[in-house]
Structures are given as structure tokens and as C-alpha cells.
Design a protein around this ligand. Structure first.
Ligand SMILES: *Cc1c(COP(=O)(O)O)cnc(C)c1O
Length: 356
């Protein structure tokens, strides 16, 4: 049976990525060696990293003022790394608190200095994005989360920031067009929309580095990774190969503008059914609904067993909401075909017919 994978992350990837990764595990580039046993400094491994970085630059139109690096530790390691690299000794930073991941980013940054939470939707169970906030001019940077994976909200636009804007784009990077020049740093854990788990990408405005007065450990210093072209130490060759293949696939689809159109079509289809079907209710504020993660719940909790059984029958997988919030969450990352959303919508209609 075909499985329709709505997982919030690690996410669905194109079949061609799985096929080529599987092949490389046995015999990478007809070299007679597995990609898992080769040096990250071998020529064809270096090409993987170079291609992955170049593809991020190309697909996101990264300007010359910025550079791209990969690190391990996921987005969670980026939380302290951001502060380490940008928050001056005795300095201050402003954060927008829009969900659990933003909370974690704030918690880590607080170890390094004064954190001003200038807007928060915590009191509304994070069902919306705060709009009424002012970014102070006396902070080292402003941090926001573009897409709140758990709560299903997304920033539709970004503020004009008087200070460098840092953004956690883990769950919507490469899903829509953005202007990289607007940001001081963009970072993302790979496994939501960019590739398999095992790396994080950071797109860094180069002239922001080296100003904190801190003695940063080499691995946690962005400057190290930029200088060494993301080959400071042993990097996960298989994982980055997966990222590279996924980016190549995205380029073949027509790049970010083309996938953005498809993502909009998927989200419209999904939310149209959530709004039409009386058995379901969306949980995020309509204006702030995420195109990546649609969160919703049953209006009659008693139907859960029935609905879950229908989902299973149709091959709809990983639709459960985050363990902290319950309900359902349809994650519709780049590689999820429109057809999968169609199948989910049909299951929702099937439930309605059965109850009617
Ligand atoms: C998943 C997620 C994270 C954490 O990512 P890890 O790579 O698991 O550390 C951080 N921010 C956002 C927005 C996420 O969706």
C-alpha cells in the first residue's frame, strides 16, 4: 500500500533521494566503497559538500555578503551558537516568542546575556503570531521563528529590523521565496524540509562575525566553518549527500518559486476541507496559518477511533499532533505530493459521510 507520510520531521523526501542514498551506501560513485567508509576529504566527498553549499546559494539567491555552512547538532545547537557568535559580552538581544522552539532558543540565549522577549503568543497557546511589537535599536540582534512546526503558525512577512535579524527557518526553509539580504543569519535543522537528519545549515552575513569579544570554542564558531568550507572536522557525508540530492531534485522541479506554488496549492486544499467539514476545526489563527504544518482537531473527540482507522486504511501516516498539543497535524513539506493531501481530504469526507 502507498503510504502518505505527513510526518512533521524527519520528513518525507523524494523517492529519488532514497534510491540514490541507498545505492551510495553500497557503492558510492562506482568507487567500490560505501559512502559511509570514505574520508570526508576524498575528492568526491568534498564535491558533495561543495555542491550542497552551492545549491543552497543558488536556490535561495544568497547574496555575496552572506555565506553558507553546515554543522551538526541540528537546530537545537544553533540556539546557543547564535548567541555565542552574535551576542556581545554584557549585550542584549530581542526575541519573538511564538512557540516551543522559540522558547528553547530564548532559554539557550539567556545563558549568554540579557534577553528581551518583545512579543509572545504564549497566552494564546501560540495559535497566532504577535504583530504589535517594536524591535529595540540597542540590541545586538532580533530573533524570530519563521514557522512554528508544533502549533501550525507561520510569519507571512518579516519586519523591517533596525538590527540584524536572525531567523530559525527549520520547518519552512526552501518552501517559499524569501529575501536572504533581509537577514543576518538564517538557520535550519535539515530534517524538516532540506534533507535527512544529521546536519543544520546556517546562512551567515559575514561582517557580523568576530564582534562579541567572546572566546568561542572552535566548533561553535561560525568563522571556523566558513574558513574551512564546512570541513573543519568529520562531517556526516551520507547526511549531506542526502541534502545535496534533495536540493538537486528541488532545482529540477523549478526551484523555490515552483515548489512554493505547489505548497500553496496543497495548503489551500487542506485548509478548505478543515473549514468546510463540520467534523474538523483548525487550531491556528486563520491569518497566521502555516503552509507547512496544518494543525486541526476533531469537533467530536469521540470520533477519534473511527477517524484513525480510516486514516490507517488509506495509508495516511504520522498525522498525530505534537505530543504537547494533541489533535492532528498535516505536515506538507516540499516532497509531499498534492495527491497525498487529496487522499487525506477524501478520508475526512469519508468520515463525514459515515456520520451523516
Ligand atoms: C524541529 C525544530 C527545531 C529543532 O530541530 P533539531 O534539529 O531537532 O534540533 C528547531 N526549530 C524549529 C522551528 C523546528 O521545527
Amino acid at each position: 500500500m502507498k503510504i502518505h507520510n505527513f510526518s512533521a520531521g524527519p520528513c518525507i523526501l523524494p523517492q529519488v533521494v532514497f534510491d540514490k542514498m541507498a545505492e551510495a551506501c553500497i557503492d558510492f560513485n562506482h568507487s567500490g566503497t560505501s559512502i559511509m567508509e570514505i574520508s570526508h576529504r576524498r575528492k568526491d566527498a568534498v564535491e558533495v559538500m561543495d555542491n550542497a553549499r552551492a545549491l543552497v546559494k543558488e536556490l535561495m539567491n544568497v547574496p555575496d555578503t552572506h555565506d553558507v555552512l553546515f554543522m551538526q547538532g541540528g537546530a537545537s545547537l544553533q540556539f546557543p551558537v547564535i548567541a555565542y557568535n552574535l551576542l556581545k559580552e554584557g549585550g542584549k538581544a530581542a526575541y519573538l516568542q511564538t512557540g516551543k522552539w522559540a522558547e528553547n532558543a530564548i532559554k539557550e540565549a539567556k545563558r549568554f546575556g540579557d534577553i528581551d522577549v518583545i512579543g509572545s503568543s504564549a497566552d494564546n497557546h501560540y495559535n497566532q503570531i504577535p504583530k504589535d511589537y517594536t524591535i529595540p535599536t540597542d540590541v545586538d540582534y532580533f530573533h524570530c521563528t519563521s514557522n512554528n512546526t508544533i502549533f501550525g503558525t507561520q510569519m507571512k512577512s518579516f519586519p523591517q529590523s533596525p538590527v540584524p535579524m536572525v531567523c530559525d527557518m527549520s520547518s519552512d526553509i526552501l518552501s517559499r521565496e524569501i529575501d536572504v539580504a533581509q537577514f543576518g543569519v538564517i538557520y535550519a535543522g535539515a530534517q524538516k524540509n532540506m534533507g535527512p537528519a544529521g546536519s543544520a545549515v546556517a546562512i551567515v552575513q559575514k561582517d557580523l562575525l568576530g564582534k562579541t569579544g567572546r572566546n568561542i570554542p572552535d566548533y561553535l564558531n561560525y568563522a571556523t566553518h566558513l574558513k574551512k568550507e564546512s570541513s573543519f572536522n568529520t562531517w556526516p557525508v551520507l547526511a549531506i549527500y542526502g541534502v545535496m540530492l534533495n536540493l538537486q531534485w528541488l532545482k529540477e522541479q523549478g526551484g523555490v518559486p515552483a515548489i512554493a506554488k505547489l505548497n500553496t496549492a496543497k495548503a489551500e486544499m487542506m485548509y478548505a476541507e478543515i473549514d468546510r467539514n463540520g467534523l474538523f476545526q483548525g487550531t491556528a489563527h486563520v491569518d497566521d496559518r502555516s503552509q507547512m504544518n496544518a494543525t486541526f482537531k476533531l469537533t467530536q473527540e469521540a470520533l477519534k477511533t473511527e477517524f484513525d482507522a480510516l486514516l490507517k486504511q488509506a495509508g495516511v501516516d504520522s498525522l498525530n499532533g505534537h505530543r504537547d498539543v494533541g489533535g492532528y497535524r498535516a505536515s506538507m513539506y516540499n516532497a509531499l505530493p498534492l495527491e497525498s493531501v487529496q487522499v487525506l481530504v477524501e478520508v475526512m469526507q469519508h468520515l463525514e459521510q459515515k456520520m451523516g
